[in-house]
Design a protein around this ligand. Sequence first.
Ligand code: 5GP
Length: 122
Amino acid sequence: MSYDSNNIFARILRGEIPCDKVFENEHALAFKDIAPQAPVHLLVIPKGAYVDFDDFTLNATEAEIAGYIRTIGVVAREAGVKESGYRILSNLGEEGGQEVPHLHVHIFGGKPLGRMIKPIDK
Ligand code: 5GP
């Protein structure tokens, strides 16, 4: 899948659409999810134009990868969920349930999160 430079997160990165920003550095931008599914629900996106985790791990530089992953840790720490625990999640593609085609990692926290995913029907 080629990168759609008009996806909503690309537009947020360009400042065309507002977001509730919690952190920004040269590698990444973090902001509150518009439809939170936990008391803490943040999105961390890399500044580069990567569709998803697959694209990122194939094509990003070592510096981009290190910078992005470290930033996810920083954002979670600053959100105050390190002590209580949190979950990171990145959806990819149709079966992964990805809606926005710019790589993003969700950070969920602030309550017990339960099972990782629903068990499969046997
Ligand atoms: P995905 O399903 O692609 O993993 O997650 C996309 C997430 O982006 C969803 O949780 C959705 O609520 C969030 N989202 C979609 N549009 C916007 C927006 O314009 N602003 C913000 N802050 N979050 C958005």
